[in-house]
Design a protein around this ligand. Sequence first.
Ligand code: DC
Length: 222
Amino acid sequence: MKKIIVAIDGYSSCGKSTIAKALARHAGYTYVDTGAMYRAIGLYTLRHNLTAEAAIIAALPDIQVGFVQVDGAQHVTLNGEDIESQIRTLEVGNCASRISQIKEVRAFLVAQQQKMGDDKGIVMDGRDIGTVVFPKAELKLFLTAAPEVRAQRRFDELVEKGEKPDYDAVLADVNDRDYRDTHRAESPLRQAEDAIVVDNSHMTREEQMEVIYKLFDKAVNS
Ligand code: DC
């Protein structure tokens, strides 16, 4: 059967990675979480106290981002160290959002991401996958959900982790991140013209996957 590239873009906290992972499993494809790659560079800059853009750009040759499989799950590595458990914080997320605005950082990671697609059979999620990384991807999905719905999901996740979040602060963070992701000069988040929009505000995970598996089967067989 022909192998394709699936590009999944969308706002933060709309379930991109859960959907991308499920689709990759369904298809027997490799899943690549590009947000984790930006988070890895964010963590590096936090650890080395790099704030100036020039210093971050100068450090890029010293940064190696990779992936390893741990118990069937994909973990991101920074210079060989498994950093998966350290990158899912608000602090690293905000730092990733800032460094992702630097043109050289994007070029550095986009080149690696494009290489990962050489043999197709890949599901990649991020913000610029259908527009910049793989503009010729056979299937492009653009996921979205209302900010209040995404804030509630993030709020529930934090409560589950034992934290005591403030809903209004979580919603403000979702809105700030959306603004930065869609207004940056370099590769802002936008929907590719040929992307299929999936608004999952009022869909269950099962309803969503049913729609997405159908779109995938159609793309593979076309
Ligand atoms: O999807 P995420 O929350 O893990 O992404 C972290 C940040 O990285 C997000 O604010 C935007 C940035 N990002 C990006 O600019 N381009 C991508 N392809 C993926 C993520």
